[in-house]
Design a protein around this ligand. Structure first.
Ligand SMILES: O=C(O)CCC(=O)C(=O)O
Ligand SMILES: [Fe+2]
Length: 324
């Protein structure tokens, strides 16, 4: 099995399961070694400051890498794989586009509310729910998983009655829909594909030592009147080994996108453990920067160049005048 081949059943079976129940679940869609390799493409421990690159951001107990198509060839290959496109073709028919994608790591604890993913935004502000069709794909990249995925079976057919809500309370779901909740005890490599109108969540957990990693992406059939809907997709040009007009349309080439990349983060959204770690790193780097700046202040430009030459090759004479 190659890394972008998912171990899943026929497209027709997948689509019929999503139409009827709202979801399709595949155990070990990706084998565990491939799931590890996918995760290894992301360095969740490095927070970029003054680096000309794309990296991870922190938002509370979660870390996100939202530019997977620019950073991970394996992620690119999965998002553009024929099996994924076949499912989108069969379920969404025409005009579907990738509207967001991300790796997400959750640590220590998280209380995700029951929600649907058919969100309209204005800037990073939630504006309301839309009626366009769409699918969410999630591949789980770690185990054990203390926070199984939960979906209210069939809710993709009636969730629009809650369209004026952003979330649905735990108590409301417990009281009215308990019998329809499906819980997926997730293992590494498992895949869930679901209709984004369905009500779902990752079950809340609290455990200081738990780490939960997922890779997810969302595809929607965007109607003309929603021009600008979706996040920008930054794609690494070196990854595109399968160009075609359909693929470029799916990835949003030349199509306006107005949503900021999720999440809306800054230093202020960092949790204390990550913030402390960052300050420790900054302390060392700050000392290094101070020493450098002091040395630069003391040495003339000519001396700096001469020192750089010496550091590059200690055996060089102190001036290169002999070559003239
Ligand atoms: O992490 C999960 O299992 C579900 C994630 C989800 O529903 C979301 O991010 O919108
Ligand atoms: Fe969701």
């Amino acid at each position: 099995m190659s890394w972008n081949t998912l171990n899943i059943t026929s497209t027709a079976e997948i689509v019929s399961s999503i139409r009827e129940k709202g979801y399709y679940f595949a155990e070990s869609a990706l084998d565990k070694i491939e799931a590890d390799r996918l995760l290894e493409e992301i360095d969740f421990d490095e927070i970029l400051i003054n680096k000309n690159d794309l990296g991870v951001v922190c938002s509370g107990n979660q870390k996100f890498l939202s530019h997977c198509l620019a950073k991970s060839k394996r992620a690119y290959d999965l998002i553009t794989s024929q099996q994924v496109l076949d499912v989108c073709n069969a379920y969404l028919k025409v005009g579907y586009q990738l509207i967001n994608h991300r790796f997400c790591q959750t640590r220590r604890g998280f209380h995700m509310p029951w929600h649907t993913d058919n969100n309209l935004l204005y800037g990073s502000q939630f504006l309301g729910k839309h009626q366009m069709q769409g699918l969410v794909f999630i591949i789980y990249l770690s185990e054990p998983n203390l926070s199984p995925f939960q979906y209210i079976e069939g809710s993709h057919l009636w969730s629009s009655k809650y369209d004026d809500e952003i979330y649905i309370s735990d108590r409301w779901v417990q009281t009215h829909y308990q019998q329809d909740i499906r819980t997926f005890e997730i293992k590494k490599g498992d895949l869930i594909i679901f209709d984004l109108h369905g009500i779902h969540r990752a079950r809340p957990f609290k455990d200081r030592h738990h780490v939960r990693n997922i890779f997810q992406f969302q595809v929607e059939q965007i109607k003309d009147e929603y021009l600008g809907h979706g996040e920008q997709n930054l794609v690494n040009a070196g990854f595109i080994d399968n160009p075609s007009p359909d693929l470029f349309n799916y990835l949003g080439f030349g199509i306006q996108r107005n949503y900021p990349v999720f999440p809306n983060s800054s230093i202020a959204t960092m949790a204390m453990p990550e913030l402390m770690k960052l300050y420790k790193q900054l302390l060392l780097l700050t000392l290094k920067a101070i020493t450098r700046n002091l040395a630069k202040g003391l040495l003339t430009g000519e001396w700096q160049v001469s020192l750089k030459r010496k550091l590059w090759h200690p055996k060089l004479p102190s001036s290169n005048s002999r070559k003239s």
